[in-house]
Design a protein around this ligand. Structure first.
Ligand code: NAP
Length: 316
């Protein structure tokens, strides 16, 4: 496993991060816990030391399941633990980044995760209703109390990050990034490089589509059921493109999912790719992606194959 320093922090994280969104039944249905536990255990053998979760995944369920398992197995110290806050899910669900809420929600996350400290605490998305001074005050308090080591943001654009930067250190951006979602290349990733902010990509396999593993008549039963590109002609167009990508993967001795992850990790701003893991096999087969980077001509070529396919698929 390869590792990188996360932003300017003292955290040295594996380039593959274990993503826990899959433990959100509302989006993914019931994901069995036994294979998920086996995957978490396997992380230690494979050198994966970085886990990403959120309070909102299953409204506490993902954090609780993770905390229970790490405590039972005595594995908390093996991992750098990242979680998020933003969705206030007590009652009517709404964004919330007010001072009192952050302090209270952090307590709840610590309790569910059964830990004394969160290594990376991230704002899940941008909340326009709370002033940055107020967020900064809460972060200062949590740092002073030793409850959080470092802070990050997710789903923010460059202007939103710039608004926060005078008030608190952003050590990490968690954006969506993959061969099918490259919007952040223009502004957010250059800002990360300029300010030495780490970047950890979510949905690097575009929720599985970039594995190319599905049959043409596959029907998704989870959050992907009605998602663009996961149905009909558009879905077939992307699968055809993945057949083309497979030739490049074969030449490099990689599987298609490995190539898709290696593509993400080749961007110089990228610290790690957060992969949504359900099983030990998912984890074991994806880890070799982190060993090296892609030759640049392959990086550009597969990007252009998917760019064309996506444009055509969206027009169908
Ligand atoms: N900050 C945010 O707003 C945000 C949003 C989304 C996700 N995230 C984070 O990012 C993580 C990953 O994102 P994601 O779950 O959306 O997408 P992803 O990692 O792009 O895709 C996950 C899906 O890919 C398939 N998969 C994973 N590893 C595989 C392997 N080795 N071989 C074949 N297939 C494999 C599985 O599909 P099947 O189920 O079909 O087997 C899995 O459900 C999440 O768990 C979460 O921690 C953050």
């Amino acid at each position: 496993m390869e590792y990188r320093q996360l932003g300017k922090t003292d955290l040295i994280v594996s380039r593959i991060c274990f993503g826990c969104w899959q433990l959100s039944p509302r989006f993914w249905g019931e994901v069995p816990l036994e294979p998920w536990h086996a995957a978490l255990k396997k992380s230690v053998d494979l050198g994966v030391n970085f886990i990403d979760t959120a309070d909102a995944y299953g409204d506490g369920y993902a954090e609780e399941s993770l905390g229970d398992f790490l405590k039972k197995e005595g594995l908390r110290d093996k991992f750098i633990l990242a979680t998020k806050f933003y969705w206030n899910f007590q009652g009517e669900r709404h964004p919330d980044t007010r001072y009192e809420y952050i302090l209270r929600e952090c307590e709840d996350s610590l309790r569910r995760l059964k830990t004394d400290v969160i290594d990376l605490y991230q704002i899940h998305a941008f909340d326009p209703l709370t002033r940055p001074e107020e967020v900064a005050a809460a972060f200062g308090q949590l740092k002073k109390e030793g409850k959080v080591r470092w802070f990050g943001v997710s789903n923010l654009n460059a202007d939103q990050m710039r608004m926060y930067l005078p008030y608190f250190d952003i050590e990490c951006l968690q954006p969506r990034y993959s061969l099918l979602s490259r919007e952040i290349e223009a502004h957010e990733l250059p800002l990360c490089l300029e300010k030495r902010i780490g970047a950890i990509a979510y949905s690097p396999l575009f929720r599985g589509l970039l594995t190319g593993k599905y049959d043409r008549d596959h029907k998704f039963e989870d959050t992907r059921k009605d998602a663009p590109l996961f149905n009909g002609k558009a879905f077939h167009r992307i699968l055809d493109a993945m057949e083309e990508v497979k030739k490049f993967a074969d030449d490099l001795g990689l599987t298609v999912p490995q190539l898709a992850i290696r593509w993400v990790l080749t961007h110089p701003a990228m610290t790690s790719a957060i992969v949504g893991i359900k099983t030990e096999e998912h984890l074991a087969t994806i880890c070799p992606a982190a060993d090296e980077e892609l030759p640049i001509e392959v990086w550009y070529k597969v990007a252009s194959i998917l760019e064309t396919a996506k444009k055509e698929a969206e027009a169908m």
